[in-house]
Design a protein around this ligand. Structure first.
Ligand code: ZN
Length: 321
């Protein structure tokens, strides 16, 4: 890949730089492409950035503690402190989370591997990079997740396990593959998860090999397509739903309102046992003639309408202040 371009070797310092993100795919970039190709490309070019939220910062705070870089993290994020120098409530909660996981010997053991180990490799000729939270060479790959709770997540119109909804299974598949390519060992992928709830819950979960295999198959199928978008061979598609797509949307005219939610009408047409408690729509999506541009809509010219228009013109509107 990129035979003529010299790529700097990956390090902790340059891991997240634009140069390397343009060269390598990562799990988060792959997941971003799955969500919206256009937004991912805009992020790669620096045209669009997503703000980091307090919720994300809490996770980073706990990550930094595990890495032993909490002091540097605090120095980089003065916004986590109150004026009196104390931590804001959200980060007091991060301290509670740290205390809770510190008290669990099993959790701590899984998290005690080598920290932030970088692996690179290629999947279907696409260069990939990965940074492992806790790597136990020859034993297992562990990733830390600090999450809202352990409830299912509503995504793409259905309830999903949070592991699948957030693509932690895809992450496991890629990390396992990168480690395998370097070491010849296929290691279990473990998630050490803790919640941000007032009383944090915690769990150590393994993603079974069959799920990792399915997810690797998905990466093998999709990553080359995303790479073609990155190299400019293929135009990125817009999801139409994300903040980037909303912010850059250009209206081309009038649409049949049902086309805003075609799935609703698709299921009606397929007559899939409609809910008895819902009003039954007789509407079906039919191909209505293209709606003309606003300027092309003919003005109705019957008498009554004209008269009404005239009287409207004569009326003076006074706005009282
Ligand atoms: Zn989008």
């Amino acid at each position: 890949m990129s035979g003529l371009v010299k790529i700097s070797p990956l390090s902790q310092e340059n891991y997240y730089t634009q140069e390397l993100s343009k060269h390598y795919q990562s799990v988060s970039q792959f997941k971003n492409f799955m969500e919206c190709e256009a937004r991912t490309m805009a992020e790669l070019s620096g045209e669009f950035t997503r703000e980091s939220t307090t919720a994300m910062l809490i996770g980073s705070y706990v990550d930094a503690w595990f890495e032993g870089t909490l002091e540097a993290f605090k120095a980089e994020h003065p916004e986590i402190f109150l004026k009196n120098g104390g931590l804001k409530a959200d980060f007091v909660q991060a301290e509670t989370i740290i205390q809770r996981i510190s008290a669990d010997a099993n959790f701590m053991q899984y998290m005690s591997g080598e920290k932030q180990v970088i692996f690179t490799g290629t999947i279907e000729n696409v260069p990939f990079k990965g940074k492992l939270d806790s790597y136990h060479a020859g034993r297992c790959i562990v990733d830390l997740k600090v999450m809202r709770d352990f409830e299912p997540v509503w995504k793409h119109g259905r309830k999903q396990h949070f592991i699948e909804a957030w693509g932690y299974d895809i992450q496991g598949a890629v990390y396992q593959e990168l480690v395998y390519q370097k070491t010849g060992e296929k290691l279990p992928f473990i998630i050490c998860a803790v919640t941000k709830e007032k009383v944090p819950d915690l769990e150590i979960m393994e993603i079974p090999q069959e799920r990792l295999d399915e997810c690797l198959a998905l990466v093998i199928e999709k990553a080359p397509d995303f790479q073609k978008i990155k190299t400019g061979e293929v135009m990125p598609e817009r999801c139409g739903k994300c903040d980037f797509c909303k912010a850059t949307k250009k209206l081309s005219g009038v649409i049949d309102y049902r086309k805003l939610m075609p799935d609703l009408y698709k299921s009606m047409n397929q007559n899939q046992n409609p809910d008895q408690n819902q009003p039954v729509s007789v509407a079906e999506i039919v191909d209505i003639p293209e709606i003309p541009e606003f300027s092309e809509i003919p003005e109705k010219k019957h008498k009554k309408h004209k008269k009404h228009k005239k009287s409207k013109k004569r009326r003076k509107i006074v706005i009282k202040i």
